[in-house]
Design a protein. Sequence first.
Length: 401
Amino acid sequence: MARVGMRLPERFDALDPAVIEDPYPTYERLRAQGPLCRMGPASFGVTRYADVAALVRDPRLGSEFPPLYHEMSAGDGPAAAFFQRIILYRDPPAHTRLRRLMSKAFSPGLVRGLREHIGDLVDELLDPAAERGWFDAVEELAFPLPVLVVCELMGIPRADRSEVRPHALNLSKAFAAMVPEADRADADASVLWLRDYLAELLAQRSKAPSRDLLSLLLAAREGDDRLTEEEIVDNAVFSFFAGFETTANLLASGCAALLEHPGELARLRADRGLLPTAVEEFLRYDAPIQGTARLVRSPVEVGDHTVRAGRVLVLLLGSANRDERQFGDPGRLDVGRDPNPHVSFGGGLHHCMGAALARVEGAVAFGRLLDRFGAIEPAGPALRRTNTTFRAYASVPVRVA
């Protein structure tokens, strides 16, 4: 990878507990040393904003990995097979076709029509907090809100949602860069359960279509082309996961950030017009997804290094979003930061399809939280959820009045 005589980049250990707790000092050191760091075998992390922003759109990088890659990451069970079929890990022409058809279901109008309903859901979730004077922002808002929203989008009956929830949480284990052996059985079981459940729901919709996402995916067509049942089921499972994981982490991280920065909380309270920029800043400040992997299909230059075909580049979104070359005072939370060209939703062909929904949920949730309570303070230390791919919290205790 390196040219003759060049020193190899520093190694980045994403499993280091200190990195999991707070990766940003490590990212800063890595950026100072160069645009690349070493990660796993034949894989390198890209640390700087300019390189990451260019590479998320570079056609020389692909997202369709050979089966062995997924088997090394998640084992040789249903989770690895699932990854080989979903839109996230497909390249053109398969990706182009899937995205074109799926976009017919994920319309901007669908998202706009949910805004008021999302507000009602937030109010309902915050009712117990108003009575008690405290709540856990993860368990009582950040996680249940996007799960409720995506369940309603999918047409999952209310009676089934408590059963669906643990499988949705377990599915997140499958998306780790390297799934620990202890988590692989849970990940495989969740993939199988959710596929079976959504396949049954899809069979019901094929007989009696509704206005939910599954019905829209069934109806999506372009000429004679339409999604197969397996394509709908697999990508519905992925959409279900993607529809709550990123948003849940955005909401939890945003709450934690405001609690740590009471001045910015007061600023947002005084000017609700800052809600959209605040959501973008939460996404930048503590990116819900810290990195995304790409397969090098033909050689690419990163700084003074040439990365050969067949290598893996991990685009470190969390590091790029804190790059001092792009963002002034990047370690400071600024709810009015504008412009804010963060890369938390990726870019190019694989720009997150659920970005608009996440933004709406974030703006509505933080707006309703401020409307509901005149005082919002920490009620205890926030606790991280151990994960190398997602910046997630297990608990964010909040005192309200």
